[in-house]
Ligand binder design. Sequence first.
Ligand code: C2E
Ligand code: MG
Ligand code: MG
Length: 249
Amino acid sequence: MIPDLSAAIRNNDLFLHYQPQLTADGRALVAAEALVRWRDSRRGIVQPDQFVQVAERNGLIDQLGCWVLEHACREAASWDGIAVAVNVSPLQFRRHDFVDFVTRTARDAGLAFANLELEITESAYFDDPARAEGNLRELRALGIRVALDDFGTGYSSLALMRRLPLDKVKIDKSFVDEVGTDDGAAVVRAVIGLANALRMQVTAEGVETAAQQRFLQESGCDFLQGYLFSKPVTAAQLADYAKELRRPA
Ligand code: C2E
Ligand code: MG
Ligand code: MG
């Protein structure tokens, strides 16, 4: 699988799907998350949970991360006012030249920094706290936004949220799944309250039902992403989706 993946990156056998992120009322498309897929001649379409960790363990994550960032920035440069969110592996994030690499890539692609968001996970911080904080401050000073992905699934401490200069937290799908229960609802409300108190915005992931949307909107969540609105789609389909949303009802 490893030599195959390395060749796939070189041969452009990867492609990106984009999943819409909307305002909580579901009316406006504000961003789309780039999600990588691999088109393999034997296995068909391979999903990222089958190969991103493999790439991390085998020294291919830099190559993979570069490919994704370059292609996402290039495609998103022509989007009209819609930002692109790119997942960044902790291993990539702790590279000493990470900020240079990101800014160079966005500039070369012609993507405004204001239209780029990076999604990191908390392990980006635990691996090297000083580097993580430094990179975050530099990125934000340039106007590149940073979101904490999969919030709630790891150690997600209060100290971490206070310390890291983040723009946004993404509440993991496993919490969204539970908002129909009293405890689940209380947890999500508490996370939104905490994020707002720390001047961070909140995106909920994996929103699948209208009831979940209603609850999240009423609870003050800013943005929503999930199958209720759209699965990850091609860039062309994303453009159609944006047009459809803009059409007056
Ligand atoms: P993630 O960043 O948390 O991305 C969200 C995942 O949830 C995506 O799966 C998306 O398709 C799925 N999803 C979104 N809405 C719903 C929903 O309503 N219901 C359900 N059941 N699922 C939903 P995907 O595309 O398979 O990606 C899985 C993970 O792989 C991502 O989780 C991310 O951690 C990683 N990944 C994807 N692309 C990249 C990349 O370019 N670089 C890195 N480092 N990681 C990536
Ligand atoms: Mg993500
Ligand atoms: Mg996530």
